[in-house]
Ligand binder design. Structure first.
Ligand code: ZN
Length: 327
């Protein structure tokens, strides 16, 4: 989901907690023949919420982790009632799937040797709690345990936020700067479109909490939700332009978020179809704070024109308002 710089989300360094937590060993699932550091590696979380810091520290101190070449997954040992949270077999099945997906995702975006620092692994934390899945930065993603167990987790989407190269960090910008300049539609639409593509390639069931429809229903779903949101022209100004629609981070979130994600994803997919793949979009999103102009230069088309064409193709004839700067 990735909710960078949102009102009320606080960030704090986690180094001290991470170091302290590495000193603990859990009772479940450790291998006495390997060092604690090798068996219990800790992820790097650059823009973590306060809740992330606490949950990460707890899992790293009393949880259990499973390792693969490209994935580390942290699970709780016990649920809130003290019963085993998840079986060994289920953890294995989940981690094998994560590993296959992350390897495929890296290849798909042309970064088979992706790493964060010297670590090529994506760290998934699965707290036994209810919250919005997100990837705050670095190499960590936070997803509720129940979601991954029920196969209703946007884990590929969150991983894409980490894997896609960006020569800068919108999440660390001041709230006002990111709200005005970050092309959120591109970050969210591209993460979701790439996740859908990799899921399809690997035969995974793709799941999105907000737009849980098959790919061939996306355009219709988008048209329906754009028309239904409280202010379609305002919403559309943020799809293809700069800035973050503030309603996504306030009390009106559920009135706008399905429409925003539903619009951003098929719009990005339409651009990739026209471009013959995601190469141009990936180059554009990497060019921090120049994403729009870089994409338009590489593709030779204005995003306003492209959005107009896509909207016509889904039968929505609404002009965007001019609330957001487009360049
Ligand atoms: Zn996201």
């Amino acid at each position: 989901m990735n909710q960078p710089n949102s009102v009320g989300l606080r960030r704090r360094p986690i180094v001290a907690l991470a170091v302290a937590s590495a000193m603990f060993l859990s009772a479940c699932g450790t291998n006495p023949h390997q060092s604690p550091e090798a068996m219990r590696p800790i992820g790097t979380s650059l823009n973590a919420w306060d809740e992330d810091i606490a949950r990460k520290a707890e899992l790293e101190s009393v949880g259990t982790c499973r390792l693969r070449r490209d994935v580390v997954a942290w699970f709780p040992c016990a649920d809130s009632r003290g019963a085993p949270a998840i079986s060994e077999a289920e953890m294995s099945t989940i981690v094998d799937k994560l590993e296959r997906g992350i390897r495929a995702a890296k290849v798909f975006i042309g970064a088979p040797d992706w790493s964060c620092g010297d670590d090529r692994r994506v760290f998934f934390y699965f707290p036994d709690a209810n919250f919005i899945s997100h990837a705050p930065g670095g190499n960590t993603a936070f997803i509720p345990l129940w979601r991954i167990r029920q196969d209703q987790a946007p884990w590929l989407h969150e991983a894409m936020h980490l894997l896609v190269k960006v020569d800068g960090d919108w999440l660390s910008q001041a709230d006002g700067v990111a709200e005005a300049r970050m092309p959120l539609w591109l970050h969210e639409g591209l993460a979701e479109a790439l996740a859908m593509a990799v899921a399809e390639q690997e035969g995974f069931a793709h799941y999105s909490p907000l737009i849980d429809v098959p790919a061939d229903r996306l355009d219709a779903f988008a048209a329906e939700h754009i028309r239904a949101c409280p202010d379609p022209p305002r919403l559309l100004a943020f799809v293809g332009g700069r800035g973050k629609l503030s309603e996504l981070f306030g009390e009106e979130r559920m009135q706008y978020a399905p429409a925003f994600y539903a619009a951003s994803t098929p719009f990005v997919r339409s651009l990739a179809r026209r471009d013959g793949g995601y190469r141009l979009l990936l180059r554009a999103i990497a060019d921090f704070d120049n994403e729009i102009t870089t994409y338009e230069r590489l593709s030779g088309r204005s995003l306003d024109d492209s959005r107009r064409e896509w909207m016509a193709s889904i039968g929505v004839e609404i002009a965007p308002s001019s609330v957001a700067p487009s360049r």
